[in-house]
Design a protein around this ligand. Structure first.
Ligand code: DP6
Length: 350
């Protein structure tokens, strides 16, 4: 039997400059930058077997945590149908996908970035195996990032270790795929960052990303927001090379609060922050003012608070969390090394 297998782990990421608003064909309305996480991963295995029939259709079984999952299957099927021009073999093979997340289902961590980047990597890997055409590492990763973007915009950034930007803002950056930000090009202050995610509410998102982005189409502040994001990227890039933690924290918190400000002032208005989210923001700011520890927050499209700090401050921050945030569940993550081929254990970025 003609069987091929691809098996990858791929991480989630947390945006510092937020992607919020898109044009057709999953083109971002503004560029974004994120930290790639180390521990919030999707582990995905895709097995393909040549079909007996000539029928041109997608044939797929999708298992999430060992259970057949129809809801996810339909989403993946929809996406694969749009990929048949790029991956012409999709019509000729039956796919069996097994997917696991290392983070709890109701943790509020968006799984689309890790799962769609893992899927994109598996598809590009299978494409190489089936066409026997090996791409350079750069070509492979850009292609995987482009495929991931078509499934979920933020997934395009998860393909790269450490940090990535997506969206055109200077030469060498593209709207179609993300670009890595290399550790060597960044000030050592940012080499080892932690992200402790305080779970305020683990329920599924009240507003889907697609519906959320669409709120920007008619938003009264959209043009100034897109310009601000571009300006913030330029400022952040400067900060990343000069190591200015105070300006880093200012930009990152402004981005998080802008995202929520935009949602609150959309039509319809979307208010995702909970009283506890605000309580945690106050606690972080008080701790920072009192202790001078460089600790700040960012927030995705949900109520959970990501607490960001250099690893060198871990002991102090954890002690403070133990004192002030002990009523919350906290997932401790950090900046990581990006996807890994589970079969060869090779990190493609090595
Ligand atoms: C708030 O990537 O989930 O997390 O492209 O529709 O799948 P789709 O949206 P998605 O949006 C992420 C929005 C965000 C900010 C960010 O990650 O940049």
């Amino acid at each position: 039997m003609d069987i091929k297998i691809a098996h990858w782990t791929s991480p989630s990421n947390i945006a510092l400059i937020k992607y919020w608003g898109k044009l057709p064909n999953q083109i971002p309305a503004n560029p974004s930058i994120s930290f790639t996480l180390a521990h919030a991963l999707t582990n995905m295995k895709v097995e393909v077997v040549k079909k007996q029939t000539q029928l041109k259709s997608i044939s797929l079984d999708f298992f999430f945590e060992d259970q057949l999952n129809e809801k996810f299957k339909l989403k993946i099927e929809d996406f694969l149908k749009k990929q048949t021009e790029r991956f012409v073999w999709l019509h000729d093979y039956h796919l069996t996908i097994h997917s696991f997340n290392t983070f709890p289902h109701s943790s509020g961590i968006a799984s689309s970035a890790s799962s769609m980047s893992a899927l994109a990597l598996c598809l590009c890997d299978l494409d190489e195996q089936l066409s026997a055409k090996k791409l350079s590492s750069y070509e492979f990763l850009s292609k995987a990032s482009e495929v991931a973007r078509e499934a979920s915009g933020s997934a395009s950034r998860s393909i790269f270790p450490f940090m990535a930007s997506w969206g055109s803002y200077q030469e060498g950056t593209s709207n179609l795929w993300a670009t890595p930000i290399l550790k060597d090009s960044i000030h050592p202050n940012f080499h080892h960052f932690c992200d402790s995610i305080v779970i305020v509410d683990g329920a599924e998102k009240a507003v889907s990303s697609r519906a959320g982005h669409a709120l920007m189409d008619s938003h009264p502040f959209k043009e100034s927001r897109y310009q601000r994001a571009r300006d913030n990227i330029t400022k952040l890039k400067e900060v990343l090379s000069n190591g200015d933690l105070n300006t880093f924290m200012e930009i990152v918190e402004e981005e998080a609060l802008t995202l929520h400000g935009l949602m609150m002032t959309s039509s319809p208005s979307v208010l995702l922050l909970k009283p506890e989210s605000i309580e945690i923001i106050h606690l972080i700011r008080t701790f920072r003012n009192d202790s001078k520890v460089p600790v700040c927050f960012t927030i995705d499209a949900g109520p959970n608070i990501h607490i960001l700090y250099p690893q060198s401050e871990k002991e102090k921050v954890h002690k403070w969390m133990g004192q002030y945030l002990n009523k919350f569940k906290i997932l401790h993550d950090e900046v990581g090394n990006g996807p890994e081929n589970f079969l060869t254990k090779a990190n493609i970025h090595d």
